[in-house]
Design a protein. Structure first.
Length: 767
């Protein structure tokens, strides 16, 4: 939100009370409290008729400083708030006549104790950002009310990223970002997943700890700063020191939660009925059999909205006219080795008897006059489940439980963005705060029930709406995109932005949701989709089975589905990293290459795990341009070496795309291509790419729970390549192998040494 008219003036109707001069400083062993006047302290009478802003400094974790700024003292904590998990930290507070300094780990904040007010943040002694003249303020806008505002400076050349799943330009400098969830598609400034947290490539990130509508002016109202404002008299923000973007992300997710580890089977290919298509059990069976007949690996079949009756969404009752024996049908799909997923949302149409049940029990959100809030936007006369009511949450969880007992494995939790503010919540929560907070309660309710019923490590959602903390309940997908190359690129940009908010697992509708893709676009999107953390064939008005496009689409789908399954030991290690440390499986280039300034701007390519670079192709012709950081990179598909740093232009047919392996990498490949959920220790191959003399790398195989099972250390000394099993030899089977990659995928890929289950060491002599 803008308060200024240019740089010098305020907008008409705006009154500013800027933090000007510290008057009263109080310190303890671990915190500081400072009363800051909003005018100069020229004499003893200056304290009269003058608002103050109270600034509280503390530290919830190492390298993290919390700033709480208040125009008014708020005695009660809001009922709606993001939970922050503290980490024990030694805090040092120092004070002299001019400043008070609080240090937590390598991050310090200095507040002026006399003279012009200001805050300075230093990481390992180096200035990061600051709040100075006309930065911290209490503002009143006659049209909008009271706000707290802060401006933190940006160093020259610093870039800002994040704020959730944002489809606008990847670098957010120059943009206005409102943290307010909306059902706005993937082609505007609106977002399904708003997160009031940003990362910079200048050593720090900032988390504004509120589910309210936080408005960010990112080098926009004042081009040298990031300004953020929040309605009301209080503001809390946390400054997080890295120094790298990846370290900032690790520390942020330690505070707000890290993703649960999804089950292995969820990484395979999902096939949907699509949305408004006609389907029944015969259609479903035809699709499943068609995939099997064409040797297309399939892990999950998904039933979208019309598994229920029209106008009844969401009452959890199968439409028996088209699915007369749902339990038996689900069993038949399970007998084929498939997992089963169904669509739900948190709204209930008035036509369903469940609406009356929920309304009578007080489980639906109400208007101030006590009537049930209803809308015709989506399902006629729908109400919204009130997840602030514990009884409503248990009731809703019971509906999920019944589905799971019938044979459902996964739940697509759609919607949750259009949450009204002219309502009364069961627990009295502020409606403005509940708007963004609602999807956290909604998805947590469903995820927890799936986890209770299926067990630890078996819970997975396909969720659309999200906020801070929602990353704990994977997977999330990118929402309703069009069937165009532009929308494909928009989706990738949004996913990379979301990953910078700690969301480790992300997907998108292969081929696009709205419209029907051309055969060429479908094949390009398939390659991208099957090199994402999760992969789903889904659309709106048309089926997404590959043979509906052309026979080559079948071949391309088979090739990339088998490739993803073969890569599962490597991808599973990346998934464990996301679960343990908050680093996403699909990574913006700046996370892996923070010192490479070109990587700061890249949003049409990404790292899949730490060692695979993927550059999707956004044209029928197959022309693609991508950037390689320094080193000799190896094309995974054909074994060719490409040197960086450089921009590379290539042309690829539909069976290929730029898939480059980082110099010196060791990739663990599995022994199966037909499914993702297998034992990685059965005949794995450790493929080595361009390892230099003296290099050492470690490859780890993890079990289904994410625990280390096998650890292999690979070193090169001169012409000798050596792999040593340092842990878990007893788990390896006959035929595990070490391969020096020199050519395309296949039997002639390069020199190979194979070992038995008792061979702790494998050695290759290189030419």
């Amino acid at each position: 939100m803008k308060f200024n008219d240019g740089y010098w003036l305020l907008r008409e109707g705006v009154t500013a009370r800027y933090a000007t001069e510290a008057l009263d400083v109080r310190t303890s062993d671990a915190s500081a409290s400072i009363a800051v006047l909003t005018k100069r302290n020229e004499h003893r009478g200056s304290v009269l008729n003058s608002p103050t802003i109270t600034v509280e400094l503390s530290a919830p974790a190492p390298d993290v400083v919390r700033v709480q700024a208040s125009h008014r003292t708020v005695l009660e904590r809001p009922s709606v708030r993001f939970e922050v998990s503290p980490d024990p930290v030694d805090v040092r507070v120092e004070r002299d006549d001019t400043a008070v300094r609080l240090t937590a780990g390598r991050l310090s904040v200095e507040a002026t104790a006399g003279g012009q007010w200001g805050l300075r943040f230093l990481g390992a002694g180096t200035p990061l950002t600051s709040s100075g003249f006309k930065s911290l303020a209490s503002m009143t806008d006659v049209a909008s009310g009271e706000f707290m505002v802060e401006r933190l400076t940006l160093p020259v050349g610093a870039n800002v990223y994040g704020f959730g799943e944002r489809f606008t330009p990847f670098v957010k400098n120059g943009q206005v970002v409102d943290s307010w969830n909306q059902d706005g598609g993937t082609a505007s400034e609106q977002a399904y997943k708003s997160v009031p947290f940003f990362i910079t490539d200048a050593g720090f990130g900032v988390f504004v700890n509120s589910p309210a509508r936080v408005s960010f002016e990112v080098a926009s109202e004042v081009v040298s700063a990031v300004q953020f404002s929040i309605p009301g008299p209080q503001l809390e923000y946390l400054v997080i020191y890295g120094p790298t973007p990846a370290e900032i992300l690790r520390k942020y997710t330690a505070l707000t939660g890290r993703p649960a580890l999804p089950p292995r089977w969820s990484f395979g290919l999902w096939l949907s009925t699509s949305f408004t298509t006609d389907y029944d059990e015969a259609t479903v069976t035809h699709f499943v059999e068609g995939m099997a007949q064409r040797d297309l690996p399939l892990s999950v079949f998904h039933f979208d909205c019309y598994w229920m009756r029209a106008l009844h969404w969401c009452d959890f009752e199968w439409d028996r006219r088209v699915f007369p024996e749902p339990d038996k049908m689900l069993q038949r799909l399970g007998d084929r080795g498939l997992r089963r997923s169904v669509w739900i949302n948190p709204y209930i149409g008035q036509r369903s008897p469940v609406f009356q049940e929920a309304a009578a029990a007080g489980y639906l959100v109400r208007r101030p006059d006590g009537t049930v809030w209803q809308s015709d936007m989506w399902v006629a006369g729908m109400g919204i489940v009130d997840f602030t009511n514990p009884a409503a949450r248990e009731w809703f969880a019971g509906k999920i439980r019944t589905l799971l007992q019938s044979g459902v494995d996964a739940v697509k939790t759609d919607f949750g963005e259009r949450i009204p503010t002219d309502v009364v919540w069961f627990d009295g929560s502020d409606p403005q705060l509940m708007h963004n907070y609602y999807p956290l309660l909604y998805n947590q309710t469903v995820f927890d029930e799936v986890r209770r019923h299926r067990g630890a490590g078996e819970a997975v959602l396909f969720a659309r709406s999200a906020t801070v903390g929602s990353q704990q309940f994977p997977v999330h997908w990118g929402g309703d995109c069009e069937s165009t190359y532009t929308a494909m690129a928009d989706s990738l940009r949004g996913g990379l932005s979301l990953g910078l908010g700690g969301f480790g697992f992300w997907s998108h509708d292969i081929g696009g949701f709205e419209g029907t893709p051309s055969a060429a676009l479908f094949k390009r999107w398939v390659a991208f989709g099957l090199l994402s953390s999760h992969s789903r064939l889904h659309g709106s008005e048309s089926y997404r089975v590959p043979w509906a496009f052309d026979e080559e689409a079948v071949t391309v789908t088979r090739q990339f589905a088998q490739l993803k399954n073969a890569l599962m030991p490597y991808l599973w290690a990346a998934a464990v990293d996301a679960h343990r440390h908050g680093i996403p499986v699909m990574r913006a280039m700046l996370l892996e290459f923070p010192q490479d300034r070109t990587s700061s701007f890249l949003d049409r390519q990404y790292m899949l795990g730490p060692d695979l670079l993927v550059a999707p192709v956004f044209s029928d012709q197959g022309d693609v341009e991508f950037y390689l950081p320094a080193g000799a990179w190896t094309s995974y598909l054909d074994g060719a070496t490409v040197n960086g740093p450089s921009w590379v232009r290539q042309r690829h047919d539909f069976s290929s795309l730029p898939l480059l392996v980082r110099p010196g990498s060791v990739l663990a490949l599995g022994s199966r291509t037909d499914r993702p959920d297998y034992d990685d220790a059965i005949a794995p191959v450790f493929e080595v790419f361009g390892m230099a003399d003296g290099d050492r790398r470690v490859a780890t195989l993890f079990d289904a729970a994410g625990d280390e099972r096998v650890v292999v250390e690979v070193t090169r000394t001169g012409s000798q390549l050596r792999a040593v099993v340092t842990h878990g030899l007893e788990h390896l089977t006959e035929g595990w192998a070490l391969c020096w990659v020199t050519g395309p995928r296949g039997p002639q890929r390069g020199p190979r040494a194979a070992g038995s289950c008792t061979a702790r060491t494998l050695t290759l002599t290189l030419d």
